[in-house]
Design a binder for this molecule. Structure first.
Ligand code: NAD
Length: 348
């Protein structure tokens, strides 16, 4: 079934208000979840609602939290997210980071113990909108233990997204938003709901055999996701764990914390105007993008895309044509609505 973004925002807002979010939080969560669907990342969109509500009811995710500053060195700040809803905690952390980068030129924001931060691309997008260049390293310190180290068949690492954003004077900023593993777990769940297989080369079963079957991955016994690019992806994941886990104080992936999903994120936010003039920077960004796009194509039907372009295009297309949800996702959200006495409007 296909739904318009406004319908899904309204439904999501009402669900979070019913569970106890104040109006501001419900709005932020609704806009960010639906924006993930609009951006083409259904794995981080409204499919998450039933799980988020379950975690709230189990007191694993907390409502209406404001960030606490744990250590403040001006340009370097440690923030406790207090397991608040990540869409709101991430936004508060970035607001602080942008303010500090404006003041000091650069800000390092070490966020620990946020509930699920959702689509990480939101955070470099927010920084880029404020004119900032940024990089973000993310881990899940417990529940998201999903990825096998290079050459191993047991989970030791989280999906470890890395994101970066560069403002441009074009239609959209350059946004890289990628996990360091071959497939985000949410995408395996989307495939499971849709009764589909995942692409080859992404997951292994508990014995280390390659598989494309989401059910085999979830087990029991559970399989693992493989790192991107073999040893390089594994090494990248190790560094991301250090940044997002050890430096934030939120802990690297640790089975002792497996009862609760906690995202750590280390963000470095830079005021580009302190390094280069506006004219030089934007002219160079645009010259280089054009130069890259001018490369001769392997297949003339193909197109060279910039990081973030596919999400930008998908947002335009889905705003016009709507967002498709699988029946399983609809049924699960419907069940959540019934448990909270919220009218879903799915059948009207
Ligand atoms: N909160 C968490 O703990 C968590 C964990 C893992 C993943 N995630 C999110 O899951 C989502 C999916 O991650 P993923 O690894 O599957 O990302 P992906 O593989 O879909 O995309 C990765 C990046 O590649 C870019 N890209 C795609 N095609 C391109 C092309 N042809 N040319 C140039 N650039 C291109 C995209 O713009 C994007 O920046 C992300 O939004 C991520 O933040 C979140």
């Amino acid at each position: 079934m296909i739904y318009q973004a406004d319908f899904l925002v309204d439904l999501t807002r009402r669900i979070f208000q019913a569970v106890g979010s104040n109006a501001t939080e419900a709005e932020v969560v609704a806009q960010r979840l639906v924006n993930a669907n609009l951006s083409g990342h259904d794995s981080h969109g409204v499919i998450r609602i039933p799980t988020y509500i379950k975690w709230i009811q189990e007191d694993k995710t907390r409502l209406n939290q404001t960030i606490d500053i744990e250590t403040d060195n001006g340009s370097m700040v440690v923030i406790d997210g207090k397991f608040g809803l990540g869409q709101s905690i991430g936004q508060q952390a970035m607001e602080l980071g942008i303010d500090r980068a404006q003041e000091y030129g650069v800000a390092v924001i070490a966020l620990k113990d946020s509930a699920h931060l959702g689509r990480i691309g939101d955070w470099p997008e927010m920084c880029a909108k404020a004119g900032m260049v940024s990089v973000h390293f993310v881990n899940t310190s417990g529940m998201g233990n999903l990825v096998a180290p290079y050459g191993a068949i047991e989970r030791r690492l989280s999906a470890n997204p890395f994101a970066a954003g560069v403002p441009t004077q074009g239609e959209f900023p350059l946004i890289l938003d990628m996990s360091a593993c071959t497939i985000a777990e949410g995408k395996i769940r989307v495939a499971l709901h849709a009764g589909k297989q995942v692409p080859e080369g992404c997951i292994i079963d508990s014995e280390g055999n390659p598989t494309t079957d989401p059910e085999t991955f979830y087990g029991p016994p559970a399989g693992s996701i493989l790192p991107i690019a073999g040893h390089k992806g594994y090494a990248l994941s190790m560094i991301i764990e250090m940044m997002a886990g050890a430096l934030t104080g939120g802990s690297c992936t640790n089975p002792d914390r497996a009862h609760q999903l906690s995202n750590g994120m280390l963000s470095i936010i830079m005021d580009r105007s302190k390094l280069q003039s506006e004219d030089y920077f934007f002219n160079e960004v645009s010259r280089y993008c054009e130069y890259v796009k001018s490369a001769k194509l392997m297949d003339e039907n193909n197109k060279i895309l910039m990081p973030g372009e596919i999400e930008h295009n998908t947002r335009a297309q889905r705003r016009a044509d709507g967002i498709e949800l699988s029946q399983t996702t609809i049924d699960m959200i419907q069940e959540t609505c019934e448990s909270l006495d919220v009218s879903s409007g799915f059948n009207s």
